[in-house]
Design a protein around this ligand. Sequence first.
Ligand code: 8YV
Length: 337
Amino acid sequence: MSKSHSVWVSRPLFPEVLAHLAQYVHVHAETEDRKHSSAELREKLAAVDGAIVALSDRIDGNVIAGNQRLRVVSNLAVGYNNFDVPALTAAGILATNTPDVLNETTADYAWALLLAAARRVSSAERWLRAGHWRGGMRFDDWLGVDVHGKTLGILGMGRIGQAIARRACGFGMPVLYHNRSRLPQTVEHDCCATWVEKSELLKRADHLMLVLPYSAQNHHAIGAAELALMKSTAVLVNIARGGIVDDAALAVALREGRVAAAGLDVFEGEPAVHPALRELDNAVLSPHIASASADTRRAMAQLAADNLLAALGYGPDAGHPRSPLNPEAWGKHAAET
Ligand code: 8YV
């Protein structure tokens, strides 16, 4: 097949996914994982018909200004706070993301962080590896807080929040949640979940998971005032986005024992991590890997590639990308071509 479209892939991807893309289009794939500046993004995007981009690539009006060629940007993530969707729509550029394929894997990881933080897994391992386990151990050493049977709070009850909640049923944990809108009763029943106001959620939850998307309104949704409402025995888990928690305020609360522990996969300004958090033994920290199982990262890459190809008119979904964020932009292009 002669290839008439070119695409840019902003970070290294699985070779088989790149090979799949290359069956249909010219592929320019980066071989290094790094954040791109606006100027770089502008230049790269001006030269292609479509792009697969990472969360660290900020695609805004400035980056696409005057771009007459670009038709689709496919995000390698379900969250798309790196996209200015209205600007893309105004420019007639389709935006897509990777929903659903990562729900269960991300929910598993949220539980891994909750259990690790509650039962002090990381600090105990650091202690053991440092060679401190020599003689006996005090019976009252390494006491954590229980997870099973406690009340789980979930802030943000989309698809990943629901996958987390369904697992809570197996731990004998009632779930309280807060979301802009209440879920249908059947879903609440499946999730053992009850809707409450945010302040009630913070006060009543024994442990709290944050699963809400980042937006300007959600910036510091958990700050000093919210932390002050939480139980001092509670574990806080953030697998959502940096910026949803005020990391400086959290570090103070953790240091003063006003919150028992935290499991954090995302950070304000990542890859930088607030220095005070790095010092704390009651914080389990990981580098934004909640979706990183081999199967799921492959499925995300494949979906991002399929969305891109479909938008350019190739593959089994030609003309019908599976997860468009602004189908109205796509309609505009389809009408023009
Ligand atoms: C990232 C995520 O995509 O999908 C999201 O919104 O935050 C993650 O799955 C992944 O960490 C790659 O950056």
